[in-house]
Ligand binder design. Structure first.
Ligand code: SAM
Ligand code: FES
Length: 345
C-alpha cells in the first residue's frame, strides 16, 4: 500500500518501488485506490470528455519482423493491401462528417510509402481539414523524415517503445531492431515539436514486474503527451501463437498508474483491451483512460490489418463504430466529444 500512496502523493516512484507496486496489481484494494485517484485526476484535467481518433490503417505491408505481430514481413499468410491516396482521403472525408477531428494514419513500415508520398498525403489532409490534427504511426524514420512530415502538417506521432528493457527487447524483435534506435526516434519527435506517444503491450512474452518497472521509469523520463498500452494477444501465425494473452486487470492497473504518474497524458482505452475483454474499453475509462480510437479504415480491408487474433470492430462501418463507442462511453458516465483533443499542459 505504501508505494501506491507514495505514487498518489509524489506522482513518481523509484524503480524498486514501481516493481513492488506492480506486484500488488491483483490486490483489489490497491487497484480501487489507484483507479479512483486516476479518474479524479483525469476529471480535473479533461472533465468527463473522451476524445476520439479516427484510425486509418492504410497499409499492412511491413519490412520489419517483430515476433509478436501478425503482419510481420515473414508471415506468408498475411493478405497484403495498401490504400490508395484517394481511399485515404475518402476515409478522412467520411470521418470528418462523423465528427472526427483527429486522423491517425497507421501502418506497417511500408517502403512504398516513401517520404515524398507521405508528405504528399499529409499536405493534402492538412489542406482539406485545417481544423483537424494529423497523427502518424508509421514506425522508425530518420530525423530528416520526421522533420519533413512535421513541416507538411503532421502534429502527433505514435511510436510505442514496446519495452524499455534491452534483454526483453531482444526477445521480441530480431537483431536488426534496436531499442536505442527506437528511443532516439521518440526523442527526435519530441525535439521536432510533435505530441508524442510511447507505450507497450502488457503481458508480452517474458515481460516481468521488473521490465514493467523499466517501462514506467522510461515513460516518466520521456514525459510523452500520449501513452498507448494494451494487452498482448497472440496471433496464430507467429512464434508466440501459443503464448497466453496479457492480463486485463494488470492493463487496467497500469492505466491508473500511468494516469497518476503523468496527469495530463492522453491515454487510450485500446482496441486490444476491448478484444481481450468485451467491456475492456469501458473499464479502461474507469481506470483513467480518456481517448478511444474507432476504426475509419474501409471495411473491405479491416480484417487484413490482422495484428492479433479475434480483433474486434473489423466488420462495422465507421458510423456504426462511432455510434457503438459513443454508447459505451456514455454507459460509464463520460461523453464522446467532437474535438481535436490536444494535450493540455
Ligand atoms: N509500424 C508501426 C510501429 O511499429 O510503430 C505501427 C504499427 S504497429 C502494428 C502498432 C502496434 O501494434 C505496435 O506498437 C504493437 O505494440 C501493437 N501490436 C502488434 N502486435 C500485437 C499483438 N500481438 N498484440 C497486441 N498488440 C500488438
Ligand atoms: Fe511491422 Fe508489425 S512488424 S507493423
Amino acid at each position: 500500500m505504501n508505494a501506491a500512496q507514495k505514487l498518489i502523493r509524489e506522482h513518481n516512484l523509484t524503480w524498486e518501488e514501481f516493481a513492488e507496486l506492480i506486484k500488488m496489481a491483483d490486490d483489489p484494494q490497491v487497484d480501487a485506490l489507484l483507479a479512483e485517484e486516476a479518474v479524479r485526476i483525469r476529471k480535473e484535467v479533461y472533465g468527463t470528455d473522451v476524445y476520439t481518433r479516427g484510425l486509418i490503417e492504410f497499409t499492412n505491408y511491413c519490412k520489419n519482423d517483430c515476433y509478436y505481430c501478425g503482419i510481420r514481413r515473414s508471415n506468408p499468410n498475411a493478405k497484403r493491401y495498401r490504400l490508395t491516396e484517394e481511399e485515404i482521403l475518402a476515409c478522412c472525408e467520411n470521418g470528418y462528417e462523423l465528427g472526427f477531428r483527429t486522423f491517425v494514419l497507421q501502418g506497417g513500415e511500408d517502403p512504398y510509402f516513401n517520404d515524398d508520398r507521405m508528405v504528399d498525403i499529409v499536405r493534402k489532409i492538412r489542406a482539406g481539414y485545417p481544423d483537424c490534427a494529423i497523427t502518424l504511426s508509421i514506425g522508425e524514420k530518420s530525423y530528416e523524415s520526421y522533420k519533413r512530415f512535421r513541416e507538411a502538417g503532421a502534429d502527433r506521432y505514435l511510436l510505442r517503445h514496446e519495452t524499455a528493457n534491452d534483454v526483453h527487447y531482444r526477445k521480441l524483435h530480431p537483431e536488426e531492431m534496436r531499442l536505442e534506435a527506437r528511443k532516439q526516434c521518440l526523442y527526435d519527435l519530441k525535439t521536432l515539436g510533435y505530441q508524442v506517444g510511447a507505450g507497450f503491450m502488457v503481458g508480452s512474452p517474458e515481460q516481468t514486474a521488473e521490465t514493467l518497472a523499466d517501462d514506467l521509469v522510461f515513460l516518466k523520463e520521456l514525459d510523452p503527451q500520449m501513452v498507448g498500452i494494451g494487452p498482448f494477444i497472440p496471433h496464430h501465425d507467429t512464434m508466440f501463437a501459443k503464448e497466453p494473452s496479457g492480463s486485463v486487470p494488470l492493463t487496467l492497473f497500469l492505466l491508473s498508474v500511468i494516469r497518476i504518474m503523468l496527469p495530463h497524458v492522453l491515454l487510450p482505452a485500446t482496441t486490444a483491451l476491448g478484444t481481450a475483454d468485451p467491456l475492456g474499453r469501458e473499464k479502461g475509462l474507469q481506470h483513467g483512460a480518456n481517448v478511444v480510437m474507432p476504426n475509419l479504415s474501409p471495411v473491405k480491408n479491416r480484417k487484413q490489418y490482422d495484428l492479433y487474433d479475434n480483433k474486434i470492430c473489423t466488420g462495422e462501418e465507421a458510423a456504426e463504430c462511432r455510434g457503438c463507442l459513443g454508447r459505451r462511453v456514455e454507459s460509464v458516465g463520460f461523453t464522446l466529444v467532437s474535438d481535436r483533443g490536444d494535450f493540455r499542459s
